[in-house]
Write a protein that binds this ligand. Sequence first.
Ligand code: ADE
Length: 225
Amino acid sequence: MRLDVFTLFPEWFEWFQTQRHVRNVVAAGSELRFIDYRETTPLGAGQVDDSPYGGGAGMVMRVDVVDAALEAAYGAERGARRTVLLTPSGRMFDEELAIDLASEPELTLLCGRYEGIDERVREHLVTDAVSIGRYVLAGGELAAMVVADAVLRKLPGALGHAESALEESFSDALEGHPEYPHYTRPATYRGWGVPDVLLSGDHERVRGWRLERSRERGETASGGS
Ligand code: ADE
């Protein structure tokens, strides 16, 4: 995958790039770029924002700044590219969307800052508007990192063992439910035990127990008790 993140703070992503699954996908051929809107802004002195029409507090990122950044990166080829704007008012990010985005050969994430981003970016320059939760962050950088993390770990070679993603939360193997609980040694700690079935060596029973717990967690997460 070729993943580009447009941001005013590319240095935020330095740590992200050091993470193992991110290094793994890069080693396997993916390309990541973190592009600063200021490098291509058509305005003087690195300006990227302006006061909102109609008045009000705060600054709004300009559509011409975002357009210039996309033009410089992709020229005429940007039409077909999946381009995601991170915004608290977007579609809620979930596993299904992560799988969908992971199937794209090229993906662009646009981070906004300040009070927001000119609505014409959403109307004309992106294919998706995505939120990572019903709260407002100072900007889209952390949201872009969440999306990039969830997407990149779906790519071949991201994880140490291919099978470790098969039975994880929300996978088909778990019927879309959250993951079952895990335990490891010691079998008893401070009097806290491990479910007997996991020590039984009976793989069928273990499978059944795990699926059951996973379903239960799904019900709890969706509002059950
Ligand atoms: N930018 C600011 N808050 C956000 C959120 N919750 N999701 C995505 N982008 C954001």
